[in-house]
Design a protein around this ligand. Structure first.
Ligand code: ZN
Length: 244
């Protein structure tokens, strides 16, 4: 079976659509594994939820999904994010809210644990370093853990001596799952932050045990024009051009 690993769609319909088209072009997948933050920041929260729901998928809640339905306190968000989450919460339909209410924060499937932030703190923690990845090892039992939240594609590899290494997960890597335990981040679909503005996602083939990352160009200008029309913060609009 083939799975698409997508994270941090952030209500960016153009990016998500481009990723779904790219998946089809590569032969399709049986299921989507989504690592949360479907909504917030971007202009199309309802449409992105709908598009995901039309497909076979599993999804864990991200901090922005929970903030948009008032399930967590977002007063700690930076000012642009507070404006965006308030706007987002007004766009959601009762069905969207019900759907987001029902999302789990951790899913174990196959030999993978899926979380948005980290296994230790699925909603909030950013896994940004080998040290943090290392501290999280006791918090998942599966061989592999999939995380989002930082919007940066990386591979953390656990060594037998307990050390953890980090590599950028680029689209020229054919990652074969073997003995090593791994924590992977497939990057952000709707708001990449690794300096490459293209949408980022991965495909896992459970037969060959290979995971590959893909980068997909999308119509950034259309997303930005919609955001301007919705009067979303300028900083959130411009960052899409740079992938920062
Ligand atoms: Zn996010």
């Amino acid at each position: 079976m083939r799975y698409a690993i997508v994270s941090d769609i952030h209500a960016n319909l153009e990016a998500f659509t481009a990723v779904l088209e790219d998946i089809e072009k590569r032969g399709g997948v049986g299921k989507i594994w989504c690592l949360g933050d479907i909504v917030d920041y971007g202009p199309d929260p309802h449409e992105c939820i709908e598009l995901l729901r039309q497909r076979s998928h599993i999804v864990v809640a991200g901090n922005h999904d929970l903030a948009a339905i008032g399930k967590i306190d977002f007063s700690e968000f930076y000012p642009d994010a507070v404006v965006a989450v308030r706007w987002t919460s007004r766009q959601l339909t009762p069905t969207d809210i019900e759907y987001l209410q029902g999302l789990p924060t951790v899913i174990e499937e196959d030999d993978f644990t899926l979380v948005h932030g980290s296994p230790r703190n699925p909603v909030w923690e950013y896994v940004t370093s080998p040290d943090i990845a290392g501290e999280n090892l006791p918090y998942f039992k599966s061989s592999f853990c999939l995380v989002g939240h930082t919007h940066k594609p990386v591979i953390f590899r656990y060594q037998e001596n307990g050390d953890c290494t980090i590599d950028q997960f680029s689209d020229d890597i054919e990652l074969v799952l073997e003995q090593d335990r791994l924590m992977l981040n497939s990057g952000g679909v709707g708001q990449p932050r690794d300096g490459d503005p293209r949408a980022s996602y991965a495909i896992y083939d459970s037969e060959s045990r290979v995971i590959r990352l893909y980068r997909v160009a999308y119509d950034i200008a259309t997303t930005q024009a919609k955001m301007l029309k919705c009067r979303l913060p300028v900083g959130l609009i411009s960052r899409l051009s740079y992938g920062r």
